[in-house]
Design a protein around this ligand. Sequence first.
Ligand SMILES: Cc1cc2nc3c(=O)[nH]c(=O)nc-3n(C[C@H](O)[C@H](O)[C@H](O)COP(=O)(O)OP(=O)(O)OC[C@H]3O[C@@H](n4cnc5c(N)ncnc54)[C@H](O)[C@@H]3O)c2cc1C
Length: 315
Amino acid sequence: MNTNRWDVVVIGGGPAGLSTALTLVRARRRVLVLDSGLPRNRFAAHMHGVLGHDGKSPLTLLAEGRAEVEGYGGVIREATVVRTGRVDDGFEVEDSDGRVVLARKLVVATGLRDELPDIEGLADYWGRGVAVCPYCDGYEVRDRRIGVLATSQMSVPYTQLVRQWSSSVVYLADTVGPPTGADRMGFDARGIEIEEGAVRRVIADADGIRGVEMADGRTIDLDAIFTHPHSVALDEPLRQLGADRTETPLGSFVNVDPTGRTSVAGVWAVGNTVNAAANVPASIGAGSAAGGALNYDLVLDDVQLALGAAKEDAA
Ligand SMILES: Cc1cc2nc3c(=O)[nH]c(=O)nc-3n(C[C@H](O)[C@H](O)[C@H](O)COP(=O)(O)OP(=O)(O)OC[C@H]3O[C@@H](n4cnc5c(N)ncnc54)[C@H](O)[C@@H]3O)c2cc1C
């Protein structure tokens, strides 16, 4: 078994994990990033709302981030982590090829999986006309005809949010059903159209989204679709370590403090795996905060180690 001991192993090399790693390598820590190479926004050609990088490809940002981490001596390996566990003085991490590494501290930055409604064509246009985040993609379809595909009761306030970018918004009630009471009045007051019934498929051509076909055969013309998929945190490494979690309307997420510290001593978690709402800048910020807190935790350990060594010398 090939083992290596690192100050920190970061599982996941998206914006959150690479940002954590960058802070740690600049603090002169030995850092290994294990990444399976499937960032959540890989479907999108351009990224928006990321200060200094607006319009850049998400994959270019990550390539630049990897080069920065490696430039300070960080090591990044393509690997899928399948097991994490505690050992005497830290953690062991195993990848799908059976390689095991050891770490004093662990960071989980594995992101989340978007579970889209099972509608023909929807997944094919995810990130290319079908979007989740109006702050990321709303401006590009401003004043166009936007459909909001409902996935839960939270789709009502979400539709009102999307309305900020266009006065031509259609709420596709699908399996959730139409809004009632004050929600309905709010839609009427802001001119949001409501289409009841199941959506059968997305209609698109080489230029992008054209609309949707309903189960009853009607077609609704649209230029873009926003929808809020169910979020599934890819947090198996944290489950295996027994981190405390909370069930939320957005999914089940591990509890962290403002620096990303989990209930398991020595384990931090950052980005979408603990916060579905974290966009790229928020994930980078979370990584930076975690890196600083984690390094200080290592400093405190180093003080204890030095005190122990001094006592032994004196004895
Ligand atoms: C279509 C789309 C478009 C978006 N556009 C924007 C935008 O324009 N602007 C913006 O700010 N945000 C955007 N976002 C949100 C953005 O994707 C997230 O904020 C960001 O990816 C979160 O970063 P992260 O590091 O937490 O997770 P990710 O970027 O998903 O990175 C997680 C990494 O961990 C790896 N990983 C997972 N499990 C394992 C494992 N077991 N072992 C090893 N590695 C593992 C994955 O392969 C991945 O590389 C968009 C999201 C989507 C879905």
